[in-house]
Write a protein that binds this ligand. Structure first.
Ligand code: PLP
Length: 396
């Protein structure tokens, strides 16, 4: 451990506060470190490995693709990205796909699309985008500007112009922020990095109506909430409405870097040859991995299992809440789950790790659980046993 730690800090930028463990192997919901210790994974590489580590169907797709064709660029046609686009549009509200390589890039594309879409219809000057406080949209200059958290902005000013932050879950706040310069609203259907925040029933339907009335594009950042995480393929499906644009990344290729912007035909027409591009986007290797991933994630029986495990987990975390007064709230949908504490959460992450369970803490006091979606009751039971033991020592 000491060796890799020293080498890492010597030669790699110190941009991450790393936990002192080096993983060398993964399978399903389990990981192994370089000393052979086994861990149960309730983080899934930050909601990325939704099918678990090294899922055989995805591994097979990667290996086959690596032997066949890896990259030729978007100057040509390739089959996997076209097949994947057919699947993504069949399974969602969208008509058109733009491929990126990360969540930030997918959001960057959506921000550009919103500006261009408005420019084409109304001319220049209408470029403001309303986003939410405590949101997270990425770390590029435009997406960090879109992010409603000053800790992400600090030191990088001046920010990209034209973002207005309002309180999440308040229609009035959006309403009063709209001006004749506003072109879009960008929102996560569930705030992930901001502490697992859910909106009230009906909020997104009202938000959509407000956007229609004011000619604004409604962009959903489903980079974390999408791809089965909340128990439906996309979180918007549970809101009784559809956005105009949606971004995906994290779980799209179950661990390979891939993102996508999905849009209606009407919104997509603002991008024409020369307006946006990326060299790697939608290459055969990642597109084949995504096809294999989506084939499993989109199965209604699979999604039903996610909802069932999620409901079971919600109940079991509720039992802990009844026993430990420092647990303020259990929040979750599907397997996007968290408990808010009224004490700092970070020490518990380390204690879980020592006990062989990987979890994470977001927004200082929220313990977040985003396991592989293949997790079942036995994995949940193990997590609960470990948490219970740690919490019990805490109150003593
Ligand atoms: C992780 C995340 C991003 C950024 O994705 P990267 O692939 O790290 O650029 C954007 N939006 C949301 C909601 C995320 O959770």
């Amino acid at each position: 451990m000491q060796d890799i730690k020293e080498q890492c800090h010597k030669n790699i930028f110190d941009t991450y506060a790393r936990t002192p463990v080096a993983f060398v192997k993964g399978e399903g919901c389990r990981l192994w470190d370089d000393a052979g210790k086994e861990y149960l994974d309730f983080l899934a590489g930050i909601a990325v490995c939704n099918l678990g580590h090294c899922h055989p169907a995805v591994t097979r797709a990667i290996v086959r693709s690596a032997e066949e064709l890896v990259h030729v660029s978007n100057l040509f046609y390739t089959y996997p990205q076209v097949q994947l686009a057919a699947e993504l549009t069949r399974l969602s509200f969208a008509d058109k796909i733009f491929y990126s390589n990360s969540g930030a890039e997918a959001n960057e594309a959506a921000i550009k699309l919103a500006r261009k879409h408005s420019w084409d219809r109304f001319g220049p000057g209408r470029f403001h985008i309303i986003t939410m406080r405590n949101s997270f949209h990425g770390r590029t200059l435009a997406t960090l500007s879109a992010t409603g958290q000053s800790k992400v902005h600090n030191g990088f000013e001046p920010l990209v112009d034209g973002f207005t932050y309002v309180d999440f879950n308040s229609i009035e706040a959006v309403q009063s922020a709209i001006t004749d310069k506003t072109c879009a609203v960008l929102v996560e259907p569930v705030q992930g990095e901001g502490g697992l925040n859910f909106a009230s029933p009906g909020y997104f339907r009202e938000l959509k109506a407000l956007c229609v009335k004011n000619d604004l594009l409604l962009i959903f950042d489903e980079v974390q909430s999408g791809l089965g995480r909340t128990g439906t393929l996309f979180a918007y499906e549970q809101e009784g409405m559809t956005p105009d644009v949606m971004t995906l990344a994290k779980a799209l290729a179950n661990g390979l870097p891939m993102g996508a912007m999905l849009a209606t035909e009407e919104a997509a027409k603002a991008f024409v040859p020369g307006t946006h591009a990326t060299t790697f986007g939608g290459g055969p290797l990642v597109a084949n991995a995504a096809l294999a991933t989506l084939g499993i994630l989109s199965d209604p029986a699979f999604l039903k299992g996610v909802r069932e495990t999620g409901a079971y987990m919600h109940g079991r975390l509720g039992e802990l809440k009844a026993r430990y007064p420092f647990i303020k709230e259990v929040r979750g949908r599907g397997l996007m789950m968290g408990i808010e504490l009224d004490i700092p959460g970070v020490p518990f992450v380390r204690k879980c790790l020592d006990a062989g369970v990987i979890i994470n803490c977001t927004h200082e006091t929220v313990l977040r659980f985003v396991p592989p979606l293949i997790a079942g009751r036995s994995e949940v039971d193990r997590l609960i046993t470990v948490l219970d033991g740690i919490f019990e020592r805490e109150v003593k």
